[in-house]
Design a protein around this ligand. Structure first.
Ligand code: SF4
Length: 441
């Protein structure tokens, strides 16, 4: 069934705003006790007391129940504005509401609708979940911030706020975001205990996919606690596991991951990198590019499905095509499923968007990307490369609310000058292709 037919026959017959993600999908940050139904609505708080007696409140919060009721009545929860904007462009436009509902069976969707439409406040068991145990991370990538990395927290604690940034509306680089980590690593955390309580009762039976993000998950004791559960409960759960890892952990942690795979039903590792050599190490502060490459090869050999998430930012354009070529060449020996890549176009912080670059830099990258289309790619990858070429040629603004270009250029220069001093780096020698332009800013 195609997407529009699915919308008309499965979703519209329930209501004009029904979305399966509100019932069966969640992202939960256990370090801060926040949740959301998909990555578009802003996160909201989970009650730390109530969740101890009912761990299903990690997902089934009063807010989500009220939004389910709205959706059953055909009303639009305001937090889902991203989808409504797309749908208001015309009946032929397909929003994430359709993609995020289509992954569930009709039986499940019907059950969710029938129950909540009858004003029944029952809790639902998740089918797809993304969790973060904590924000411990050994990297401090330039486009990340202290909300997701303890190494970024150290930068701000040791050196103070980044100054003179005028377009950073979310103040990513000015404070340590203490609210994102409410508990110390050895402290009792009611959210983590609730997760394991729910997992051990029945979540392990219904959850189809569990993706663990961070921080850096392999540095979290809770990841190993979960893997230990699988070791002690062989064949009890068929949940597909995935982790987002920077693959820059100590060798013994990488080995531990390889060993853990033997007890898990499946394991996908999503790692991030979007350029090569010293440019990659500049962008992703903490990375050793060669060690990262060796680790992704090692995981592939160990029957772990590897994926490379490329965050397309201003600094990666000179060597982004080189990384893709490197992956494609390796695939000739190790197989086509090695490091399946996605190209995620960075929009925030907007001064790090690739759109701040002069057109000739974007055109050079787009020209090199066209050669990649001649290779044997996964269809999904081909679509991503084609979209990026188009984006580099035609799009001028990172997003609707982005500041005008002079302000983004101001912040680009301000930020990287301070980043160089704090991180002992050198923009001009690392990016000779951008040096002349940088000096005009
Ligand atoms: S309607 Fe859109 S924004 Fe809201 S939960 Fe569904 S996919 Fe997410």
């Amino acid at each position: 069934m195609d997407d529009l037919e699915f919308k008309q026959t499965v979703l519209d017959t329930k209501s004009a705003s029904f979305c399966g993600a509100k019932w069966y999908n969640a992202t939960v940050w256990l370090g801060s006790g926040m949740t959301t139904s998909c990555h578009h609505p802003l996160p909201h708080k989970i009650d730390p007391i109530e969740v101890q007696s009912n761990p299903k409140l990690l997902h089934n919060t009063p807010e989500k129940k009220a939004q389910r009721a709205q959706m059953c009545a055909g009303e639009r929860p305001s937090g889902c504005e991203y989808c409504w904007k797309i749908e208001d462009m015309g009946p032929e436009y397909v929003s994430d509401r359709i993609y995020k509902s289509k992954i569930y069976s009709e039986e499940l969707l019907n059950d969710g609708f029938r129950t909540s439409n009858a004003n029944d406040q029952s809790d639902f068991n998740l089918r797809t979940l993304e969790i973060s145990f904590d924000r411990t991370c050994n990297f401090a990538c330039s486009y990340c911030n202290p909300a997701f990395s303890t190494t970024w927290v150290k930068d701000i604690k040791n050196n103070g706020s980044y100054t003179d940034l005028v377009s950073d509306g979310r103040n990513h680089f000015t404070h340590v975001h203490a609210e994102n980590q409410l508990f110390g690593l050895n402290e009792y955390n009611p959210y983590i205990e609730a997760f394991f309580k729910w997992w051990e009762s029945d979540l392990h039976l219904t959850l189809q996919e569990l993706r663990i993000t961070g921080g850096e998950p392999i540095m979290s004791p809770e990841l190993w606690r979960l893997f230990e559960w699988f070791k002690e409960n062989v064949d009890k759960s068929q949940t597909k596991l995935a982790i987002n890892s920077n693959l820059g952990g100590k060798p013994e942690l990488i080995d531990r991951l390889v060993e853990a795979r033997t007890h898990l039903p499946s394991l996908d590792v999503y790692t991030s990198c979007e350029s090569t050599g010293i440019q990659a190490e500049y962008i992703r502060d903490g990375l050793n590019f060669n060690a990262w490459w060796d680790n992704i090869c090692k995981l592939h050999e160990a029957n772990i499905d590897t994926h490379c998430m490329m965050t397309v930012n201003a600094l990666c354009l000179p060597t982004l095509p080189d990384l893709i070529f490197k992956i494609l060449e390796a695939r000739q020996t190790v197989g086509k499923d090695f490091a399946v890549f996605s190209l995620n176009i960075l929009r925030f912080p907007s001064f790090q968007s690739c759109l701040v670059l002069p057109q000739n830099v974007k055109d050079t990258c787009a020209g090199r990307l066209k050669h990649i289309l001649l290779w044997d790619l996964h269809e999904f990858e081909r679509g991503q490369v084609t979209r990026l070429i188009e984006y580099l040629h035609t799009v001028e603004k990172p997003h609707n609310e982005a500041f005008e270009m002079p302000k983004l250029h101001n912040d680009f220069k301000q930020f990287y000058q301070q980043y160089d001093v704090r991180r002992n780096k050198n923009f001009e020698t690392t990016f000779p292709e951008l040096k002349d332009w940088f000096n005009t800013l």
